[in-house]
Ligand binder design. Structure first.
Ligand SMILES: Cc1cc2nc3c(=O)[nH]c(=O)nc-3n(C[C@H](O)[C@H](O)[C@H](O)COP(=O)(O)OP(=O)(O)OC[C@H]3O[C@@H](n4cnc5c(N)ncnc54)[C@H](O)[C@@H]3O)c2cc1C
Ligand code: SF4
Length: 480
């Protein structure tokens, strides 16, 4: 927020206006709330209640969108919140960061008829923000406490969603995470300008008040084996995400100035959270004043280019080896980045990073074209002879995607079966892994995906675990 805006916001709520000394001055929060209120209701009223809810079908959670839009339009917000939160454990987060253009909003009938989508995500965010403000979001108080416990490895959206569902059912839940803060990529991956970290922290506090225990700085593999956790709990859920960054394979890939996307984004997020980050202060993970080249075409690449713009980079260029149409990232994010001044070099791939171990000195780029389809059915990029060109670069950010870490090795669990991609092999109905009583959810099952899918999986795994544990002998430790 700009300094001018901050001054405006911090004005005394009770200061009388000059024109009318008896009247209380409305503060920025109040004015903004009224604006958001009117905007959300106007958007909700645009829903035609078409009766063919493609939006709902294209929401991975199957959110009852037409119903909550109708309730908002009728100013029945508490009921809208009840409907919206029945299928989603963090609607205010999905409302902010789902790629709606590829999901609910992309299939809105009004959008399809060329009149611009109902802004479903924004209304969803508005409903839950109002619920937090009015105190409608209450800690979970299960009707019956159960003695059985579930250990969850990973406090990202999959683990958090599962934990809430399991608490609702009365199970004792302990979440272990290797980081000092909870939220997974919500806190250290996704940049602050897309998702304010206080929004994530509020969810963690809500779970703590609901009786979920968090064990931070606990790295499963280092601090305990999977077998040890399995012995301690009646069931275990693995929700560890995917963190092994794909590397750059060209000469100079190890030069100074070449950094991994997640290191770069984590440094930026930590700085935003007030942590001291030596690599940020030294400039190693800071784009200020630099010519930045980001390699990759997914959402992570978009987050890197937009973060670099905000850090005051001299120039920001994104290299993607296919064309715009084939870019995996959200079209909306790409358009936002373009508006912010990012240059896109489509059909361009790194050929060599110039410089040495002490200093990056630019990048040589190969021009590509799309050739015949490869095994995946997508047209493979092929280098164009004589199409090379050079770009200035002091900072080269690798955003080439993520793969799973070697879980059987890391967890000391050779019986844990993985797929050819290294993701955990699970029963598609129950999400149970090859080890009985050990389940998995989120990116570690799907590969790098989306927050909304992690929530879907977390809820599904929780239901399967609860079903299994309820069916086994149990001793209630309290009843209401
Ligand atoms: C930069 C970036 C931007 C993204 N932007 C978006 C977006 O805008 N919208 C969207 O929908 N999706 C986005 N995604 C994808 C989304 O963040 C993921 O799909 C989602 O977070 C996956 O959730 P998860 O719970 O499976 O894993 P994660 O969020 O990765 O959480 C896994 C947790 O497990 C912990 N963990 C891992 N190993 C261990 C261990 N051995 N012991 C203990 N703890 C462990 C980690 O510390 C982490 O907290 C983005 C991803 C990235 C990288
Ligand atoms: S969860 Fe995502 S896809 Fe579903 S309604 Fe909300 S914003 Fe749309």
């Amino acid at each position: 927020m700009s300094e001018r805006m901050l001054k405006f916001v911090s004005r005394d709520r009770e200061t009388p206006t000059k024109r009318n000394p008896g009247e209380r001055r409305r503060d920025f929060g109040e004015i903004y709330a009224k604006f958001a209120d009117e905007k959300a209701k106007a958007q909700a009223a645009r829903c035609s209640q078409c009766g063919v809810p493609f939006c709902q079908d294209h929401c991975p959670l199957g959110n009852d969108i037409p119903d909550w839009l109708k309730l908002v339009a009728e100013d029945r917000l508490e009921e809208a919140y009840a409907v919206s939160s029945a299928t989603n454990n963090m609607p205010e987060i999905c409302g902010r960061i789902c790629p709606q253009d590829r999901l609910c909003e992309g299939s809105c009938v009004i959008e399809q008829s060329g009149h611009g989508t109902v802004t479903i995500g924004a209304v969803e965010q508005y409903i839950t923000e109002t619920a937090w403000e009015k105190g409608w979001v209450k800690p979970v108080r299960p009707a019956r406490e159960r003695a059985q416990s579930v250990g969850v490895i990973g406090a990202g959206p999959a683990g958090l969603a599962a934990a809430e569902e399991l608490r609702r059912d009365g199970f004792q839940v302990k979440i272990y995470d290797r980081y000092d803060r909870t939220g997974g990529l919500l806190v250290y991956g996704i940049p602050n300008f897309k998702l304010d970290k206080s929004v994530v922290a509020r969810r963690t506090e809500h779970l703590e008040k609901s009786g979920v225990q968090f064990v931070r700085n606990f790295d499963v593999g280092r601090d305990a084996s999977l077998g040890e956790l399995r012995a301690e709990h009646d069931a275990v859920l693995v929700a560890t995400g995917v963190y092994k960054a794909r590397d750059l394979a060209c000469p100079g890939a190890g030069n100074a100035g070449v950094v991994a996307a997640l290191d770069y984004l984590t440094a930026s997020n930590r700085t935003g959270l007030g942590d001291a980050v030596a690599a940020y202060d030294s400039g190693e993970l800071n784009a200020q004043g630099k010519n930045v080249v980001v390699i990759g075409g997914g959402d992570t690449a978009m987050d890197c280019v937009r973060t670099a713009v905000r850090q005051g980079a001299k120039s920001v260029t994104c290299l993607y080896r296919r064309d715009r149409k084939n870019m995996p990232g959200s079209a909306r994010e790409t358009a936002n980045a373009e508006e912010e001044g990012v240059i896109f070099e489509w059909l361009a791939a790194p050929k060599a990073v110039k410089g040495d171990a002490a200093k990056a000195a630019g990048i040589r780029v190969a021009r590509m074209e799309l050739g015949a389809p490869d095994a995946s059915g997508r047209r493979a990029p092929v280098e164009v002879d004589g199409g090379e060109f050079d770009l200035d670069a002091d900072l080269v950010i690798k955003a080439l995607g993520f793969e799973p870490e070697d879980h059987p090795e890391m967890f000391g669990a050779p019986d844990l079966k993985v797929t050819a991609r290294g993701t955990l092999r699970v029963d598609p109905e129950t999400l149970e892994t090859s080890i009985p009583g050990v389940y998995a959810a989120g990116d570690i099952v799907r590969g790098a995906s989306l927050v909304v899918w992690a929530i879907v999986d977390g809820r599904k795994a929780a239901a399967a675990i609860a079903g299994r544990l309820r069916a086994t002998a149990e001793t209630p430790i309290a009843a209401e």
